[in-house]
Design a protein around this ligand. Sequence first.
Ligand SMILES: Cc1ncc(C[n+]2csc(CCOP(=O)(O)OP(=O)(O)O)c2C)c(N)n1
Ligand SMILES: [Mg+2]
Length: 744
Amino acid sequence: MPEISPEEELDLRFCAAVRALPGGKAGPADRTAPVAARTTLTGEQAIALLDAQAGSRHLDLAARYLRAEGRGFYTIGSAGHEANAAVAAAVRPRDPALLHYRSGAFYLARAAQVPGSEPLRDVLLGLVAAREEPIAGGRHKVFGNHALAVIPQTSTIASHLPRAVGLAFSIGRAGKLGVRSPWPADAITVASFGDASTSHSTATGAINAACRTAYQGLPMPLLLVCEDNGLGISVRTPDGWVAAAHSGRPALRYFSADGCDPVACFDAAAAAAAYVRASRSPAFLHLKLVRFLGHAGSDAEISYRSQAEIAADYDRDPLLGTARLIVAAGLLRPGQVIDRYEALRGRVRKIADQVVNSRQLASRAEVTGPLAPHHPDQVARRAARAGHPPARESAFGRRLPEDAGPLTLADAINRTLADGLAAYPELVVFGEDVGRKGGVYGVTRGLARRFGVGRVFDTLLDEQAILGLGLGAGLSGLLPVPEIQYLAYLHNAEDQLRGEAASMQFFSAGQYRNPMVVRVAGLGYQKGFGGHFHNDNAVGVLRDIPGLVVAVPARAEDAAPMLRTCLAAASVDGSVCVFLEPIALYHTRDLYEPGDGAWLSPYAGPDRWAEAHVPIGRGRGYGSGTDLTLVTFGNGLPMSLRVARRLAAAGVGVRVFDLRWLAPLPAEQLRAEAERTGRVLVVDETRRSGGVSEGVFAALADAGYRGTMARVASADSFIPLGDAAAHVLVSETDIELAAGRLLD
Ligand SMILES: Cc1ncc(C[n+]2csc(CCOP(=O)(O)OP(=O)(O)O)c2C)c(N)n1
Ligand SMILES: [Mg+2]
């Protein structure tokens, strides 16, 4: 007998097992009645489950044959996990769902509740990377659909869970603040994931954040669904571990069911969903499942599982479980189950044949189109719009910031945040210590008192959770301004920015967005509070994130309009902006001499916001020298301005160009500033390798600049404590020496 493939075996075994079922009761059963005692699952619902599950199974089989035909590009399937259809049946179609890559039957079961859906086609279009695929437009194979409230995920396991926690939190918060949200007030968030994923630190952090929030008495309507097949690719999750780790946790209600029993699954899902909806507290729904066909098409599971173990799973097929139920309840005869199954096979094949010739993304422009929309005129108009005078007055009291005299960088950011809170009712500011204390450096001082703890609040100490809250808040109509206390502490959570925030418009073809302005205190040169972690000068990790905006204001006069621009870009274009604030300049007052107050600036009132507008990617030039251009940003700006003044006294004409934006770089202006002197010295406080100066050199070369260029950058080192820091950071002496060499 010829050997058969795992796909054929699965298919044949299911059909044979259904045919072998005892013929069932005579006469048509009442489909509106529960299928068994002590369940609310009706006959109609059971048949809908079977359809969703069988459809999902045939999509998995199609993924394999499309791959074999060289026409499909993705083979991770849902076979063995189809019990998740019962979860979709137990929640509502407007409950936002963030799905595991094996939640295909959930997707189909939800779509069946929303008229006009074509879920088989959606998934098949995804498999062949078709441009018309409804969520990612050929950019990824993922379960997502705006009309179905299914938010697309990346392939990074568990990375969607901080967002799910943020989303669950934001459903209620948006309502409380009177912000129009896409989610009904009584919605719950559903997030599914695998068993191995529960051990990922992103999952443990997110689940902890959910528990802690609920423990505090705050709403956290989150249904966590663990689809437990006992394996993470080839690695076994210890027996009982998922239950041991998640039952009995504070503020988390644990539910479980055997995935091959549709009634048990539905009942547990319904009970869990009802609990979450009514109590606004999180629940963990643990479904015991099996995984058919290996991890993916390329995975020969026979290399790490015995034949006997693989064969034993066939009896636990969730699809067979539903068939057994339906036949036993007299709803369909075995032959009718097979007919439905075969009809779905035919439909899937027919659609697959239609979609195989679909157009894929055909140009770089088409691929990157939705990455980061950019409407500078609208952003400029939005940035110039202040809150209504009464809102400003209640924000500032009778003393408006424009009447307060010159301000420091920290004060200017504080006043701009207050103006932002007055101008955007949906704006929320949060992070570690930003509320009651007003920030480690006082930047958010007074905001919680004036705007209330609903809008300005402290979070738990977990940067992933902070960014995840931003991600979920943005999806709920809020305009989040999370703070990361120090640049060094962005790195442990960086994927939430890189993999999640920045990719959302890309992987949803612009249908979902997570606007956000992440304030990050960072960079070196702090006197007194030293060491690497409070003086991190590494920004390489931000510079290559597609579409991310990176702003570095060096002074009060720039910080205010730049922050307004970021808020407006987030609001108008859904931009993800990092606003990197140089800690060492927060409270700096003087530039050239002690007491000159030259680093302070008065705050511009709203009547001057239009003229003071700073577009994204617009740098700022100082001076008109024709001998040398110093290109810099952040702490490099005051150092360069001081050096320029000393060189001017020696008869050298220097101009200084502050990039202000590290992404996108002001390339055109940069070239013009460089060509005015033909000699460029880049003053870069970040590291020599992977730092900003590499980007500046490349931008100049790309723009066709052919003059000389040199750079001073900080050492490829972490920053040591105390005065030793000066050995690795760029100094004014370094700048002067390098300038001398360039001028020679
Ligand atoms: C952060 C991360 N690390 C590694 C991978 C590669 N990977 C993909 S799926 C997977 C196993 C996941 O197992 P589990 O969570 O149990 O889900 P299952 O596939 O069994 O449904 C791994 C290691 C990944 N996608 N993301
Ligand atoms: Mg698993």
